[in-house]
Design a protein around this ligand. Structure first.
Ligand code: ATP
Ligand code: MG
Ligand code: MG
Length: 562
């Protein structure tokens, strides 16, 4: 089992709690429903839900849906799904848009306090007011800041009533332009948007900004610790200013470092381009690092939590290589999934003297962990081995099958020695190997995997490599798209899997091994196993009852990467 509590016991998150040691704790995970969550968000989810859980409190899933220009239905569903898949249960699912009226009323209140005004300046004018290029000139307020409370109130109501077009007017907070922090330079609170909202339809023509909405929604929900990423450090001052000025309950904002991954892209624009250009199979393509992709690939949610936990939480950003993530996944799978035999590129071996064993049953353990039990497979006179485990010409430093050379077959009665082989002259490929049992050799140097002709099934195997050639695609010569690795997906259409697969599927996700029965249930991706000597695999969602499609989750060892 994963100790997902470790990061709350000491360090940054412990300090945050001790600054405000209240019970019950309330936190929130506040995604904007404008895209699919990525690996970085897993950190935010683990921190917010985990912090609340550790302190016996609760975490809201709040959709920060204040920008109808970017938000779509599918994202709401996908985000909630992902949170639950990671093993967390939202205390309540809320929407910033549910508070539109309340927020509006508070905006009027702010105007009444002479702490907000309706401004008609354009971007250039605002830039100049804020000190111009590089802040070189003195900051000043525009004439609109001089308007009376009554005038501001009237204009704000006019904004609400659709009397202004987008950009003709916006509500600005009257903060403190002498403050060194740009977040105090009369930020926008409301803007006019001529877009229907996904939840409130055409009720509103004005929408509140992040700076106005976030701190107030935190306040409405009684958030005790509002945890966000460090790019909001400067926003802490405006966050506190607004709640204090309005005299509402004041949550405490603290900031932790973002999680970024190198060797991939996470920005929505770039992901969209990969999808649109059909470079990948979709937003959940297993080569991507959206959480729907990582899930489809077969990465267990517990491994993601373990990863976030291992990195720890501080105020600095974590910039992580994919191989580091894969190490954690590998370690997690090593102890939680059953083992099977799979042959990627099969070539038949006829064992001439195996008649007495043809169709005999062998009992095979599912794992080194005896608790996972065992299953029966059938040995057959003809077995399939991987093409890469045979050489036409033997050599001294080679320890697998070759004419005159002996190799072990995992779990089989005896090792085999190749006697001859046939080749397709047109393709140059070996089509059949003839062999005999080697009853003398007790301990062959190598044991290879095989599948029999009885009960094994054909499957398509998709082996993924890095989608990009470099660690920093953005810096690639010719742009990030020219950094695409042409071998990022290698398909084996005629792979063979042993009969034990059916039981692996039936018992997935093997909670007795994972020790987290609630995690990772359900989808095809929770059918995971180690293909001995090959890699870790999971069932792909494109599979049907007739067609098995497998995704490589990770290789068995790091050096096989890329
Ligand atoms: P992106 O632009 O990458 O989608 P975002 O900040 O726009 O990120 P939001 O939907 O606003 O995404 O994020 C919801 C929460 O997740 C926020 O609290 C945000 O701080 C946090 N978050 C986003 N990206 C990361 C990351 N890379 N590491 C840690 N937390 C993150
Ligand atoms: Mg986002
Ligand atoms: Mg954001």
């Amino acid at each position: 089992p994963v100790d997902t509590q470790a990061m709350f016991k000491q360090g940054f998150l412990n300090d945050v709690y001790n600054e405000r040691p209240v019970k019950p704790v309330f936190t929130r995970f506040p995604p904007e429903p404008n895209g699919f969550l990525h690996i970085g968000h897993a950190k935010a989810i683990a921190i917010n839900f985990g912090f609340a859980k550790y302190h016996g409190g609760n975490c809201y899933l709040r959709f920060d849906d204040t920008n109808p220009e970017a938000e779509e239905e599918i994202y709401f569903t996908a985000i909630e799904d992902t949170v639950r898949w990671l093993g967390f249960t939202p205390y309540k699912i809320t929407y910033s848009s549910d508070n539109f009226q309340k927020l509006y009323d508070l905006a009027e209140k702010l105007i009444g306090l002479d702490k907000a005004y309706v401004c008609h300046c354009n971007d250039d004018e605002i830039k100049l007011q804020r000190g111009g290029e590089k802040g070189a000139s003195p900051r000043f307020r525009c004439k609109h800041a001089e308007q009376s409370v009554e005038e501001n109130l009237q204009k704000f109501r006019d904004m609400r009533d659709g009397k202004y077009k987008p950009r003709e007017a916006f509500l600005r907070m009257k903060q403190d332009i002498t403050d060194g922090n740009p977040q105090m330079w009369d930020l926008a609170a409301y803007r006019v948007l001529d877009k229907p909202h996904h939840r409130t339809g055409s009720d509103w023509k004005i929408y509140p900004t992040y700076d106005f909405t976030h701190c107030l929604c935190d306040s409405f929900e009684g958030i005790t610790h509002s945890l966000c990423t460090t790019e909001f450090v400067l926003s802490r001052v405006s966050y506190e200013w607004l709640n204090k000025t309005l005299g509402v309950y004041e949550p405490m904002q603290r900031e932790y470092g973002r999680l970024s991954m190198t060797g991939t892209v996470l920005s929505k624009r770039k992901l969209k381009e990969l999808v649109d250009r059909k470079i990948v199979r979709g937003w959940d393509d297993p080569r991507l690092y959206t959480l729907i992709a990582v899930r489809r690939r077969g990465v267990p949610p517990g491994a993601i939590l373990e990863f976030v936990n291992e990195l720890g939480v501080t105020t600095s950003n974590s910039i992580i290589q994919i191989v580091r993530f894969e190490q954690t996944i590998r370690r997690y799978l090593e102890r939680t999934v059953p083992r099977l035999m799979l042959v990627l590129d099969p070539v038949p071996v006829v064992i001439e003297d195996a008649d007495e064993f043809d169709g005999s049953e062998i009992t095979v353990p599912f794992s080194k962990n005896a608790a996972m039990g065992d299953h029966k497979i059938k040995f057959t006179k003809t077995v399939y081995i991987d093409r890469s485990d045979f050489r036409e010409v033997d050599s001294k430093d080679y320890f697998r099958l070759a004419p005159g050379k002996t190799v072990g077959l995992l779990q089989a009665p005896f090792p085999i020695k190749a006697t001859s082989f046939t080749k397709d002259e047109a393709t140059g490929k070996v089509t059949e190997i003839r062999a005999a049992f080697d009853r003398e050799t007790k301990k062959p140097k190598t044991f290879i995997q095989w599948v029999g002709t009885d009960g094994s099934r054909k499957c398509e195997v998709r082996v993924y490599n890095s989608l990009f050639k470099s660690e920093n695609p953005a810096a690639a010569e010719g742009g990030w798209l020219s950094d695409i690795n042409p071998d990022s997906e290698v398909v084996y259409p005629d792979a063979l899997i042993e009969s034990g697969f059916d039981e692996v599927k039936r018992r997935a996700p093997w909670p007795e091994a994972a020790g987290e029965s609630e995690l990772g249930k359900g989808g095809p991706e929770s059918v995971r196993f180690q293909a001995m000597r090959v890699a870790y695999f999971a069932l792909d969602k494109d599979s049907t009852d007739d067609k098995i499609i497998l995704n490589r989750i990770v290789s068995l060892k790091e050096d096989k990467e890329k």
